[in-house]
Design a protein. Sequence first.
Length: 211
Amino acid sequence: MSFSGISTDSRSVKEGDLFVALLGHNFDGHDFIPSAVKQGARGLVVSRSVLIEEEPISIFRVEDTLEALGSLARYFRRKSGVTVVAITGSSGKTGTKDLTQAAIEACHSSYCTRGNQNNRIGVPLTLLSAPENTDVIVLEMGTSEPGEIESLTTIAEPQIALITTVSESHTQGLESFDGVMEEKLKLFEGLQEGGTALVSGEPEVLSCKAK
């Protein structure tokens, strides 16, 4: 069984795609299943029973569709053998990501995070949407709550990880500077064995804690 792609947005579903019905604070992806099927979805990942009249449709019921999306991305990442570069920080993530990809592209086929796809949904989708011949994927990782970076790096399993900087200007959801520091440093816990961890020189405490 194979699908042409994976989508979490019924509006972007293409013929032969697998549609993952995510649950959000203000939406339920299950409500958009009819639209996804009409668009051409041939598989559904759901967390509750659904009735589909169209055939053939493959239905995969799971406890948590967001976790399932992450598991699919991790499986793809391992199967593809691609090199993953993960970048996080209070600022400078996007610029660093773009410059890193530009440098890599000179020698290798690369792919990187598009737009603001740097969260629990966007990172898996970036991994899953990389072209088949990609050598290196450059991922931007953001966080707004404790545990998010750890979750993302567990999915991505990077060989190279970079923290641009840590500051008190982006503490929303993490309570304090120390909370931000602790969360960003989780990036290195998911590094593959023998991987490379990089930090900037600012603030100085970041370099000390990274050691």
